[in-house]
Write a protein that binds this ligand. Sequence first.
Ligand code: DQA
Length: 139
Amino acid sequence: MKIIVINGPNLNLLGKRETDIYGHHSFEDYFEVLKGKFTDVDLTYFQSNLEGEIIGKIQETGFSYDGIVLNAAAYTHTSVGIGDAVKAVTTPVVEVHISNTIAREAFRHHSFIAPNAKGVVLGFGLKSYDLAIQSFILE
Ligand code: DQA
């Protein structure tokens, strides 16, 4: 099973950025934990701060991979283009957030991705990624 984790803007700063919300671990470190746990899954990771690069990666993997775990970060709330890309591909996409976006500012309540996603996992810290991967395995 091939699954890609795609992270959007500022998630390269995990561990340094607003640690009270996003925690003290870098995603690179946590990705090693995920790879150690899901040894039967071919897991890859991509991060970009650029909207077009995220759309490109969704298009590139979205017809051949078994799952996309997508934390589009701030673009979740702004990007029609990423929402359309999720709609365009055949690979199921699970939207993920580290924080509980519904419990935060009103502008974080709307997602352009959720209507086209298979499901949404939010608010469990980095464990949200683990739960999203499990959702593909439990099928
Ligand atoms: C986030 C929530 C977004 O609102 C925010 O812009 C992020 C991270 C999360 O994982 O909790 O950058 O996607």
